[in-house]
Structure formats: structure tokens, C-alpha cells
Design a protein around this ligand. Structure first.
Ligand code: ADE
Length: 242
């Protein structure tokens, strides 16, 4: 990094800081982390507990199963992390705003994020309101905690940071911007269990290859993701996104 350039910072508040960097420490994200393109700090929420049992959760007011992360403890953890230094404050939660490629692009273009990983049945609503946490979901299923969701979000952002992706990965990003699923890929051997590579791909005719790939991508999108396809048909050209 050159002097004065800003670095994309992820601060993760979690009860399991030992989960980080985990998969973010290898491959593309890991190399970028090692070379200082981005920075990661995993902070233990429990370090902000004040009672002698270091408790971070309690039973839900009004009754019900499970435990709720305490507002006072989480607020102290956020404040100890300096509130996130003007970065968006996110709370990973299945009831949050869906994480899409356009949302990822927005986050990657900013200074980073402070990310709270939920556990138990939830987080006291008062700390969500008081610290302006934006809830973010990575899909309509329930994980046992926000850590894996936070890793997915960070990974998706980091690969978009300048200098992280090679040409190959950038290509995949471009195609996603068009709201089309990826066309099928092939490589050697020429025949696999008796099945050859589609002839057109070895024809050397670049225009034909591009046309074939586009029609395959469109057929896949129509078949597998009618929701995406409908959005694409409605949107003016080159503005489709998700
Ligand atoms: N925590 C638990 N499930 C989650 C999800 N689907 N997205 C984000 N955070 C979560």
C-alpha cells in the first residue's frame, strides 16, 4: 500500500473470535490480507461483560426459548471498537436486508464495516436502535450464528477491492452484473467418460463462442432462476442487478 491510501477495514464483534480469519486467511482474501489491501480485527464481545460471570446473554423478556444478547454488553463492545470509525455498522441476521452483489459493491467501495455477529435467539432491540445497526441476511435459512455470514460478506467485498482480483475473476463479476448465471465451462481432456467438449468451443470462432455462451447463460437463468430472469426482462438494458 502507498502512504496515505486507505485500507478497507473489517472489525468483527463476535463471541468466537478464534473463528477468524479462518477461510479469509487463505486464497485470494488471505493473500490480500497479508499484503495489506484490507485489515481484519476480530473482537471478543465477552471482553465487554462486566459481571463476575462474564455473562453476555439473558432470558428473553416476555418469555420464550433461548437467550438474548444483552444490550449493555454489546453496546460497550461496539463503543470499545470506537463505534466503527464512521464505517457502516452491520448486524448479521436472517431478518436483515438481503446481501446482493450491488449491496456488496456498495460496501466494498466504502471504508469497510463493523460487523456484529448475532448468537442465541437474537440481540436486544435497544442496542440495534441505539447504535444504528443495519441488519444483513445472506439468505433465507438460519445459521447457528452470524460468523459464517460475516465471512461470506467480507469475502464478497474483499474480492472487489482494487488489485485483489485477476482478470479471470473480474470476468465473473461482470457477468453477474448482467444478472445472468454463468455459462457452463469445459477444459481438457477433450473427452471425459465418452463426453466431448461442445464442438463450438474448440472451433476457434470467437463470435460463435460468445453467442453460444450467452444463450446457455440465458437458458440456465430462465430455468433455474425465473425470478432473476423476470427482473432482467423488466429492467432497462444494462441496469439489471441484484
Ligand atoms: N445469522 C443466522 N442466520 C443468518 C443468515 N441467514 N444471514 C445472516 N446472518 C445470520
Amino acid at each position: 500500500m502507498t502512504a496515505g491510501s486507505t485500507i478497507w477495514r473489517a472489525t468483527v464483534l463476535t463471541l468466537f473470535p478464534e473463528m477468524f480469519p479462518g477461510p479469509l486467511g487463505v486464497s485470494l482474501a488471505g493473500k490480500a490480507l497479508a499484503s495489506g489491501v484490507w485489515a481484519l480485527e476480530a473482537r471478543d464481545i465477552r471482553a465487554s461483560a462486566t459481571d463476575r460471570h462474564r455473562s453476555v446473554d439473558d432470558t428473553p423478556a416476555g418469555g420464550g426459548p433461548g437467550m438474548v444478547l444483552r444490550a449493555d454488553v454489546l453496546a460497550a463492545a461496539i463503543d470499545a471498537a470506537d463505534g466503527g470509525h464512521g464505517r457502516p455498522r452491520l448486524l448479521m441476521s436472517p431478518r436483515g436486508r438481503p446481501l446482493t452483489q450491488s449491496f456488496v459493491r456498495e460496501l466494498a467501495a466504502g471504508p469497510g464495516a463493523l460487523i456484529v455477529c448475532g448468537r442465541f435467539e437474537g440481540v436486544d432491540q435497544r442496542v440495534i436502535d441505539a447504535r444504528g445497526l443495519e441488519e444483513v441476511s445472506i439468505g433465507d435459512y438460519v445459521l447457528s450464528g452470524g460468523e459464517i455470514a460475516a465471512m461470506a460478506l467480507i469475502d464478497a467485498c474483499v474480492r472487489l477491492l482494487p488489485g485483489v482480483m485477476g482478470k479471470a475473476e473480474s470476468g465473473a463479476e461482470e457477468s453477474f452484473s448482467e444478472a445472468l448465471l454463468e455459462y457452463p465451462q469445459y477444459t481438457r481432456p477433450q473427452a471425459f467418460e465418452g463426453v466431448p467438449i461442445p464442438e463450438i468451443l474448440t472451433s476457434g470462432d470467437h463470435a460463435k463462442v460468445a453467442g453460444w455462451r450467452r444463450s446457455e447463460a440465458e437458458a440456465l437463468t430462465r430455468a433455474r432462476r425465473p425470478d432473476l430472469w423476470a427482473k432482467r426482462q423488466k429492467a432497462p438494458k444494462n441496469t439489471t442487478d441484484r
